[in-house]
Design a protein around this ligand. Sequence first.
Ligand SMILES: NC(=O)c1ccc[n+]([C@@H]2O[C@H](COP(=O)([O-])OP(=O)(O)OC[C@H]3O[C@@H](n4cnc5c(N)ncnc54)[C@H](O)[C@@H]3O)[C@@H](O)[C@H]2O)c1
Length: 394
Amino acid sequence: MSKKLKLAIIGGGQFSASFIHLFQAHPLVAEVALVEPNEERGKITSAKFSIKDVFASLDELWNSDFDSVAIFTPRWTHAEIALAALKNNRHVYTAVPMGITIEEVTELVKVAKATKLTYFMAETSYYYPAVVYARKKFLNGDMGQFVYGEGEYLHDMSHGFFDAFAANGGDDWKASASFPPMLYSTHSTSTILSVTGSHAISVTCLGLKDSITDGIFDEDVSMWQNNQSNQIALFRNSDGGVMRIAELRRVGTAPLEPTVRMSIFGTEGSFEQQVGYASWSTKNSFDIVTDEINTWSDVENPYSLQKDFISPNKWDGGFARIHDRSALPSSFNGLSNGHGGSHQYMVHDFVMDAVGEKPAPMNIDDAARFTTPGIVAHQSAISGGVTMPIPYIF
Ligand SMILES: NC(=O)c1ccc[n+]([C@@H]2O[C@H](COP(=O)([O-])OP(=O)(O)OC[C@H]3O[C@@H](n4cnc5c(N)ncnc54)[C@H](O)[C@@H]3O)[C@@H](O)[C@H]2O)c1
């Protein structure tokens, strides 16, 4: 029988609240603790999930017997915390992104490989039904050779970002709300790269200087001196194909449709996704496959085991038909899911890897493969679109 994990959630803010109950319900997790420097938030979150071990600092955690961590801290802090965790002999689950500099990614790859501990970057897009569908087609050979792919994350600042940054940034919240879009591009890059298995080798990225006068993308205020709110990049990949990624933070699109979309074209077949629509075509056939990749809130879903969970919107609901739920633990039945059906898979895949039962479908190399392109793309954008080589860190 596998050893059970003792796992500490690092960061008791908004996002971790969608995962703590899943870690607690997993049969191979013995106990869940919380690290949260904000005392009031630590009290609220630990009470909500009946967590008895609450640490005020990482040093307290390193002195405990909790052997694994799940990082849900602000996006620019992940690499430093993950490195400290690995160096303190802890398995790491982390929200995206892996890091925001080439140096951080390089060091993480080096240390994770030296320690042989689990490092799992929880990329929700990997499990999105559209991506699962396209990956199956590609791996079956139905797509032929990769020609061109589009991955995009369209998330307007007014759709939750103002509140999320304001809740934690205090009076200075605008300084961090200007996070450069391409530094948060793994949701998009992973759509194509997780299908093809290749890596990006060069990039040209164009950024749009923000024109809205709410003081967010203001280089004098921004922690990253960033004045670009929308960035669009063109990559050459190692398989010879071309990938276009759009990271838009000022854009007039609806909030409840999939904010991450992908289309991918091969020499034999192509998958195309738009709002409320998806299709699969070959040189002599065409099928609308929207129903395959819709996630269903559980009251609507005829295949659901989660009869008592009602999702606020279809996208964040239970599962899509394309999802294979057979490997998930039965203790997850009836528990919430989210982000296109990804939450339950991410928790399960990490735990199974960390206890040595089954390698996760994404490892440290995949995390680097998905993260590095955006870091270089941002450099290209602030250099006016100069084409830059992308290091392959593995
Ligand atoms: N689709 C996705 O993959 C997805 C979606 C939402 C959020 N996220 C990511 O999840 C992360 C968390 O997002 P959120 O909305 O919960 O943020 P949040 O700001 O609500 O919560 C972060 C928490 O981390 C705590 N914290 C900060 N520094 C810490 C430290 N050194 N040790 C312990 N705790 C610390 C803060 O006090 C805060 O409570 C972000 O990186 C975000 O980008 C990913």
